[in-house]
Design a protein around this ligand. Structure first.
Ligand code: ADP
Ligand code: MG
Ligand code: MG
Length: 190
């Protein structure tokens, strides 16, 4: 069950993982992209932290919206609107359910609608989807989903311009999404 308190903890934990792995995320984005994913996500998480700090006694919906706006307004790259859309969709549905698994499914649908990617296109969808559909979310599920993007050929985003040469590299947005869900399962009470 997501609450205001544990969702804030989840996002603060995600912030720390992005800060820790910022350079690695940008390195992953260098051979198959433009080398900015770590910096984009770091800017986004600073934006999230600022917009969460401005809230006064928020409910879960206001919190999800603030997270989304922080990401959409600060990331700059393709990943910002996609992560942002996921949190906006979760904001809409959290009045009906606070079950993390259900909200992740709703976020996944938002990412797919916004970016037009489907499973196997070597994007963040390839982590969001197995996570959303797993009966029990574990670090193994996350790690396997992230690793599987290596052998995929990119069909969406910058990496798709490389065609077959995109094969053999992890997708940076899949790796950052892996951090998001690792941060989630590390958060007590969810
Ligand atoms: P940009 O490509 O604009 O520099 P980033 O480097 O921040 O943006 O993000 C790249 C990541 O965004 C990719 O690794 C991929 O996971 C994700 N991505 C790009 N396009 C799409 C899309 N259409 N649908 C889903 N995810 C996408
Ligand atoms: Mg990039
Ligand atoms: Mg870019």
């Amino acid at each position: 069950m997501l609450t205001v308190e544990n969702t804030q903890k989840w996002l603060n934990n995600f912030y720390q993982k992005i800060e820790e792995h910022k350079d690695y995320l940008s390195e992953l984005d260098t051979p198959i992209g433009d080398g900015d994913h770590g910096n984009n996500m770091m800017r986004g998480m600073v934006g999230v932290k600022e917009s969460m700090a401005r809230l006064q006694n928020p409910d879960l919906q206001a919190l999800f919206k603030a997270i989304a706006m922080g990401l959409i307004s600060k990331v700059g790259g393709a990943s910002g609107p996609l992560y942002g859309t996921a949190f906006l969709e979760m904001a809409k549905k959290c009045t009906e359910t606070q079950a993390a698994a259900d909200l992740i499914l709703v976020g996944l649908a938002g990412i797919k609608k916004r970016g037009g990617a489907t499973e196997g296109d070597k994007t963040m969808v390839d982590v969001w989807s197995p996570v959303a559909h797993s009966s029990q979310l574990t670090t193994e599920v996350i790690a396997a989903a992230v690793a599987a993007t290596k052998d995929m050929q990119a069909k969406k985003g910058r990496a798709s311009y490389l065609g077959e040469r995109s094969i053999g590299h992890l997708d940076p947005g899949a790796v950052s999404s892996g951090y998001l869900f690792t941060a989630l399962i590390e958060t007590e009470g969810i």
